[in-house]
Write a protein that binds this ligand. Structure first.
Ligand SMILES: [Zn+2]
Ligand SMILES: [Zn+2]
Length: 235
């Protein structure tokens, strides 16, 4: 019955591959990916900055992290943002929640393949919070969906009330680097994380300001170590 309803919904809202945007055949519906993308997921590869995880020609730390070391210990991202631009827009702005579930599943694959040690080292994960008005408007928080799927499939506990956004802010994407920092100063507060090793999850790492401010709040509340895990990174 469930499949029948799902099939019916899929006819009304045909599913697209979360990565390349191709219309999926019926056989591909379950994966949320076309066979081509599923066979070869375009994960980030090559030399990466030890701190933020951005692509690096040579060396171990990028120019930006040499100037200002991120507040978090380490950042890992799964894809280049450009590869997922459309898929992320459908997920966040068109409210295609199913895309988030597929993305979460891919993050699990990536984690198990590249950082299985995190399963032991992390006490719990939490996501970048939206302001409650924003979450109501969107209907969900993208980081929350990713965390739920990752937690269900890895056993890493998920705590959703650790970070709170205390006020609504302007979208970071509209602001300059300096304004981004001012915009988010003291906006996040954290609780229940004393001496904990935390995996902080979000969909995009851009300048890192949001993730830095969340990390700062976690450390202020006594966290031992904050690592960042993002679906994508913008170069
Ligand atoms: Zn595809
Ligand atoms: Zn860096």
């Amino acid at each position: 019955m469930r499949n029948l309803i799902r099939g019916f919904l899929n006819v009304l809202y045909p599913p697209y591959c979360v990565i390349c945007g191709e219309l999926l055949s019926i056989q591909e519906w379950d994966n949320g990916l076309c066979d081509k993308c599923n066979k070869k997921l375009p994960f980030l590869t090559g030399n990466r900055c030890n701190f933020c995880g951005r692509r690096l020609q040579f060396g171990e730390v990028c120019h930006s992290c040499l100037e200002h070391r991120p507040v978090f210990e380490r950042g890992i991202s799964v894809f280049d943002y450009e590869v997922l631009r459309q898929g992320i827009a459908r997920f966040k702005f068109d409210g295609v929640k199913g895309h988030g579930e597929v993305f979460g599943g891919i993050m699990v694959q990536y984690l198990l393949l590249n950082h299985p040690e995190w399963l032991e080292q992390v006490d719990f994960m939490t996501g970048v919070p939206l302001h409650k008005h924003k979450e109501k408007e969107r209907g969900f928080n993208q980081a929350d969906i990713l965390c739920k799927i990752i937690s269900e499939n890895t056993g890493i506990p998920y705590r959703d009330k650790v970070l709170t956004r205390t006020k609504a802010t302007r979208p970071q994407s509209e602001l300059s680097a300096k304004e981004r920092h001012e915009n988010l100063k003291n906006v996040f507060i954290a609780q229940d994380c004393l001496d904990k090793q935390i995996l902080l999850v979000d969909d995009i790492l851009t300048t890192g300001t949001t993730l830095n401010e969340c990390s700062r709040a976690l450390y202020r509340a006594g966290a031992k170590k904050v690592s960042v895990f993002c679906l994508s990174v913008r170069e």
